[in-house]
Design a protein around this ligand. Structure first.
Ligand SMILES: Nc1ncnc2c1ncn2[C@@H]1O[C@H](COP(=O)(O)OP(=O)(O)OP(=O)(O)O)[C@@H](O)[C@H]1O
Length: 551
């Protein structure tokens, strides 16, 4: 076969296209096209492999007016269901590396798109964190799932978990618990609802009960961004530590120094769960000391390292000694083991951490699904006018009413929460409201009552999106579209949690042109099945090298 110049090749391919269009060639045949070379007058034969013929066919279709894109629908379930069925995408369709997905939301900045919608369907029933983990050696379907006994933690702890119907560790627990037990500083990054709270509390309580001491200072501090989360973590910690006589106390801000002091009048707790403001007040007033601290946990790391808290956190770090080597965590002058936990990790965290510990000492546990859209939760997006949101919301609430599941309605500001509350009141929708500008006394107990099922609808700001365990929530509604990827991930993460009954659903109203870019990124990530763009961090996968070496 002779070589053919590029220009000539293009001519021949166009000839081939004509040939295939007029059905002279069947798909799968090898195409032979004859031309004449100028030098020898011999015919040139180009053999076109079947794959290339198919590609040419696809490009032809794309260029013709009938189709403006490659067909993305295959037999089977749909991953993306759009108002325009031509933009549907099947679960079985995989976008090529360089193939640009055609987005339903591509024209959504224009008002012409009003009324358009698409859904990202759930493609599995269980959360990824509850699936069997291949890299833990359970890579065959027949291998039994591991239980908490595999960590060699005290049997009473395992029994308590059993009584709460918690039998098999989640993937993040499998990786995190042994590392904390070994005394490592750890950065644990795993998707929402994957069981991170027990991943750090279990090894901490195990170690504290094994090393019981009388009349000591606080031995473990957990710092969280909100009072509601502090109460929640306290309740989990108490449920697993009471049997050992360990004392767990909570200190939340907004209720004055007197209130914080009360928590320490009868001695120092073994474990303190606190918001940064309350903890700092307790430290400055010398109600507590962190001199004998064994564990310092920063939960919801992205919020805690955000500029609004970073200053407080640095101040707190100045009261504690954080270990930089494994050997520093034992002995009389031991330093604290640092545990940093979160479901989203934007960049910049390393900068603050490097001021308190040797970054090389931190072992990283990063879940495969970090910053991914949850595959077991249906997520719908509705492009509507701002004025229509209240009616759409009312309709969605009516539809969900029969199921008696909890519904979270997220707004971007406290004033919208209040306004929406009044509007729903007029419509006769029973609900509660939770936002950060409420006085502490008013805020007290709202989330607990919602969790107990006193009402089904909670209208809230993002203070309810971080860390709160919302097993009874079946629907999250973004009344206001979130401003950042992280807010979207955390809000959506209130449904489909480990140990819950099912996937749940997220419904987002998209009203402003400036919302559309984020919608497009979410849709792109869904179609490509990648993590959300713009969420890449310096977090590395845990490496065996770090694992075996001393910190
Ligand atoms: N191994 C397990 N088996 C079953 N359920 C579990 C297990 N571990 C934790 N859970 C339950 O899963 C739910 C979510 O756990 P948790 O609140 O710790 O998640 P998280 O990863 O901290 O989420 P977020 O990122 O939103 O803070 C809780 O109700 C918890 O009791």
């Amino acid at each position: 076969m002779q070589a053919v110049k590029v220009g000539r090749c293009a001519f021949l391919i166009s000839k081939l296209s004509q040939a295939t269009r007029s059905s002279q060639l069947g798909r799968g045949q090898i195409a032979c096209i004859s031309g004449m070379t100028t030098a020898s007058s011999q015919p040139v034969v180009i053999r076109i492999p079947r794959r290339m013929q198919e590609r040419i066919e696809d490009i032809k279709q794309m260029q013709s007016k009938k189709f403006d894109r490659l067909p993305t629908v295959k037999p089977g379930r749909l991953l993306i269901r759009s108002k325009n069925p031509q933009l549907n995408q099947s679960v079985g369709y995989t976008l090529g590396k360089f193939e640009q997905p055609v987005l339903t939301s591509r024209g959504w900045k224009s008002n012409k798109a009003l009324g358009d919608y698409f859904s990202i369907n759930s493609i599995q029933s269980a959360p990824p964190s509850m699936l069997k983990q291949k890299d833990e050696g359970n890579d065959t379907a027949s291998a039994p799932k591991k239980t908490f006994n595999c960590f060699n933690i005290c049997p009473e702890l395992v029994e308590t978990l059993h009584s709460q119907d918690i039998i098999h560790p989640t993937t993040v627990q499998m990786q995190t618990i042994p590392k904390i037990l070994k005394g490592r500083n750890i950065l644990c990054a795993a998707e929402t609802g994957s069981g991170k709270t027990l991943a750090y509390l279990l090894p901490i309580i195990h170690r504290l009960q094994a090393d019981r001491q009388e009349d000591t200072n606080i031995r473990a501090v957990v710092i969280v961004p909100s009072r509601e989360l502090a109460e929640q973590v306290t309740s989990v910690a108490r449920s697993i530590s009471q049997q050992f006589g360990l004392v767990v106390k909570v200190a939340g801000g907004g209720r004055g120094v007197g209130n914080i002091k009360v928590a320490f009048t009868h001695g120092q707790p073994d474990v303190l769960v606190a918001t940064p403001g309350a903890l700092l007040k307790a430290l400055r007033k010398r109600f507590i000391s962190l001199s004998e601290l064994n564990f310092l946990v920063i939960d919801e790391a992205d919020t805690m390292f955000d500029v609004s808290f970073a200053g407080l956190l640095e101040d707190i770090f100045s009261h504690a000694q954080v270990a930089s080597r494994l050997s520093e965590t034992v002995g009389l002058d031991h330093k604290a083991q640092l545990v940093v936990v979160g479901a989203t990790f934007p960049g910049g965290i390393g900068e603050v951490l490097s001021k308190v510990t040797d970054l090389a000492s931190m072992v990283t546990v990063k879940s495969r699904m970090l910053h991914h859209l949850m595959p077991h939760v249906k997520q719908s997006f509705l492009r509507i006018k701002g004025a229509d949101k209240i009616l759409e919301l009312h309709q969605a609430l009516k539809k969900a009413e029969l199921e008696h599941k909890g519904i979270l309605v997220f707004c971007n500001s406290a004033s919208t929460v209040n306004w929406l509350g009044y509007s729903l009141e007029e419509m006769g929708v029973r609900h509660m409201r939770l936002q950060g500008e409420m006085p502490a006394t008013m805020r007290e107990g709202i989330f607990r009552n919602f969790q107990k099922g006193s009402v089904d609808v909670l209208i809230c700001t993002d203070i309810a999106s971080r860390g709160l365990d919302t097993q009874r929530v079946g629907l999250v509604i973004n009344y206001d579209f979130p401003e950042t990827h992280t807010d979207y991930i955390h809000r959506a993460g209130r449904v489909g949690r480990a140990g819950g009954s099912g996937g749940g659903e997220v419904l987002s109203f998209v009203t402003h042109p400036w919302d559309v870019e984020l919608v497009q990124r979410i849709e792109t990530a869904a179609r490509r099945r990648t993590s959300l763009p713009g969420m890449e961090t310096e977090i590395q996968k845990p490496s065996n090298k770090i694992d075996v070496k001393e910190m």
